[in-house]
Design a protein around this ligand. Structure first.
Ligand code: UD1
Ligand code: UDP
Length: 365
């Protein structure tokens, strides 16, 4: 089978790693990188660390408004599909690269396989919610990470070719956590972060929180960023904040003096796993990071009003916080009763890549 896979943004590179390895053992995969993310530490670093095959096509679309970016991707992906004539297209998640890939294939009557189908925040203002709903409804095979995702699709009338494969990000965590722990133990993570950032001030053994912020709803309004940063500034431990470039731009314009928040460049996946596992808590608006915190049994405070990953809320492992300084501090300082509750296996058993590959091959047979 000839499969055309589309990636473009950081979390998609990470999800592609185990699937590409599995699928290429017996089948042909052509990889398209749309170029939605292009900085070295938003793109190349993941290909190198996770041994992801070099893209066959680099579309170099870059940044832009939603319409400009998605439209440019649609045009270029269509050209590749016409040239390669694949048996199917694989798309991951809910970015503009996902929607462009699904739409280009669907219009050409090429089957679309959607990994991470069925997630919903039920907030239609989110660009990701628009992307995932539209992608699901033009997909041929809906590959869901959880039972909740299957149920969400059912309530929209999507019941055929829906499969619960487990969560592919769980595969990646299980494969890499031991190596990450060994690589960055005994303060090695501090030396690396010092060498790569102008200022990084943390002692070996010092407790810390880990935070990321990049969601449009938080970054498009400076007052929200200020509220979040003020909360992080007043916490009891330092906050390591690998900053997404869109958020970096806004923070630079605010010229706020930060003492407790250690702003650093985006880090690689292994460093991120190490930090997530060893943080006192994760404070984030990322989708993927909420789950990684859960997999690694680190409590999380999510800086959003909804989450697609509602399983993580059970027993308080993850808690949603509105964007208000006092609310954020209250949630971070909550009693951590979650440690008394073992986590059920909501996300599969770490074999999602294989389940996805099998589902695609069986669908075609
Ligand atoms: C995108 C996805 C989001 C996902 C996130 C992962 C959409 C609509 N959103 O959001 O679902 O959670 O990726 O990180 O697809 N930029 C750079 N260098 C880069 C990449 C981006 O400087 O390598 C800056 C540009 O100013 C760009 C801005 O970041 O305009 C936003 O990038 P974009 O890819 O449009 O959206 P993300 O916020 O990254
Ligand atoms: N991540 C990373 N380095 C960073 C920040 C995040 O490797 O500096 C990883 C993180 O561990 C997770 C993924 O990127 O695997 C999540 O991506 P992001 O938060 O950008 O997108 P989302 O999951 O919200 O779509």
């Amino acid at each position: 089978m000839k499969l055309l896979t589309i990636v473009g943004a950081r979390p998609q590179f990470i999800k592609a790693a185990p699937f590409s390895e599995k699928f290429r053992k017996v089948n042909e995969e052509i990889l398209i990188h749309t170029g939605q993310h292009y900085d070295k530490n938003m793109s190349n670093i993941f290909f190198e660390e996770l041994n992801i095959p070099k893209p066959d096509y680099q579309l170099s679309i870059g940044s832009g408004s939603h319409g400009t970016q998605t439209g440019a991707m649609l045009t270029e992906i269509e050209k590749v599909i016409l040239k390669e004539n694949p048996d199917g297209i694989l798309v991951y998640g809910d970015t503009n690269s996902t929607l462009a890939g699904a739409l280009a294939a669907s219009k050409l009557h090429i089957p679309v396989f959607h990994v991470e189908a069925g997630l919903r925040s039920y907030n239609k203002l989110m660009p990701e919610e628009q992307n995932r709903v539209l992608t699901d409804h033009i997909s041929t095979l809906l590959l869901c990470p959880t039972k909740t995702a299957v149920e969400n699709l059912k309530s929209e009338g999507l019941v055929e070719n829906v499969i619960n494969t487990g969560d592919i990000m769980y595969d990646v965590v299980l494969r890499n956590i031991d190596f990450a722990e060994t690589k960055y133990n005994s303060g090695a993570f501090i030396s690396e972060l010092i060498s790569e950032n102008l200022v990084f001030d943390l002692e070996v053994g010092e407790k810390f929180y880990l935070s990321t912020i990049h969601r449009a709803e938080n970054t498009d309004a400076p007052n929200k960023i200020i509220e979040i940063l003020q909360a992080l500034e007043s916490l009891d431990y330092k906050v390591i904040l690998p900053i997404h470039p869109r958020t970096r731009k806004i923070i630079n314009e605010l010229s706020m003096e930060l003492k407790n928040v250690l702003l650093i460049n985006p880090v690689g996946y292994l460093m991120m796993l190490y930090l997530t596992k060893n943080a006192e808590m994760v404070i984030t608006d990322s989708g993927g990071l909420q789950k990684e915190a859960y997999f690694l049994e680190t409590p999380c405070t999510t800086l959003r009003d909804q989450t697609e990953w509602i399983e993580t809320l059970e027993n308080g492992w993850n808690v949603l916080s509105s964007i208000n300084q006092n609310e954020i501090i209250k949630h971070v300082k909550r009693d951590l009763n979650c440690y008394k509750h073992p986590q059920p296996k909501h996300f599969g058993d770490g074999n999602a890549a294989e389940n996805i590959a099998n589902a695609i091959l069986e669908w075609r047979a």
